[in-house]
Design a protein around this ligand. Structure first.
Ligand SMILES: C[S@@+](CC[C@H](N)C(=O)[O-])C[C@H]1O[C@@H](n2cnc3c(N)ncnc32)[C@H](O)[C@@H]1O
Length: 191
């Protein structure tokens, strides 16, 4: 995995900047339930989260990179949490929405743990929206079913933690030309 502390100063500009963030946030917003707090897991510099906040969302950003979080803190003072996606520093059943953008593909051995944590912190009927098939999408290729964030794998993992597939979407963005289309899938916490 990249060293995101070192990557932080150039991250936004090299990943599609405000255009990517605006497109991603608009699609996340469409899939999230109304109201409540939205937690951005692996939210990095907060570039996507801050667009959600500008649209009226109450937000939190969690990330394990101090360098990325420093930038997120400038955008969203008091709304950033240092922590790992597999052990979120958030109370049980306390957030109505979770977004995970471009994180799961980096965690081949921890997708189960991430979904377990998300299921714990989501309110009943809360919704998690995450990118799937990230690497292949970014290259404009067909999805790789063996990827750790392959849509079938993510859907099966979510179901094991009581998160039922409820909707799909996609956003266009990124630094490649033409910008790729990234699929997202939404899951609702049952019970
Ligand atoms: C590709 S960046 C995506 C950032 C942000 N979601 C976005 O779309 O701009 C991946 C982010 O995940 C964070 N990350 C990687 N592994 C993590 C983990 N185990 N727990 C929390 N954050 C993690 C990195 O520090 C980095 O900020």
């Amino acid at each position: 995995m990249l060293d995101y502390d070192r990557e932080a100063p150039t991250y936004d500009d090299t990943r599609g900047g405000a255009c990517r963030a605006t497109a991603a946030a608009a699609e996340l917003e469409r899939l999230l339930p109304v109201g409540g707090t939205v937690l951005d897991v692996g939210g990095g510099t907060g570039i996507v989260t801050s667009v959600l906040a500008a649209r009226g969302r109450r937000v939190l950003v969690a990330d394990r990179s101090v360098g990325m979080l420093r930038l997120a803190g400038r955008r969203l003072p008091g709304r950033v949490l240092a922590g790992d996606a597999t052990a979120l520093p958030v109370r049980t059943a306390s957030v109505r929405g979770i977004v995970i953008v471009w994180l799961l593909h980096l965690m081949p051995s921890a997708v189960d743990s991430v979904f377990a944590e998300c299921a714990r912190v989501l309110e009943p009927a809360g919704v998690l929206v995450c990118t799937v098939d990230k690497d292949a999408s970014g290259r404009g290729e067909s999805p790789d079913p063996s990827a750790c964030d392959a849509v079938a794998t993510v859907t099966a993992t979510a179901a094991r933690f009581g998160l039922a597939h409820c909707a799909d979407g996609a956003f266009v963005g990124g630094s490649a030309r033409p910008p790729p289309t990234y699929p997202v899938r939404a899951f609702r916490r049952e019970g």
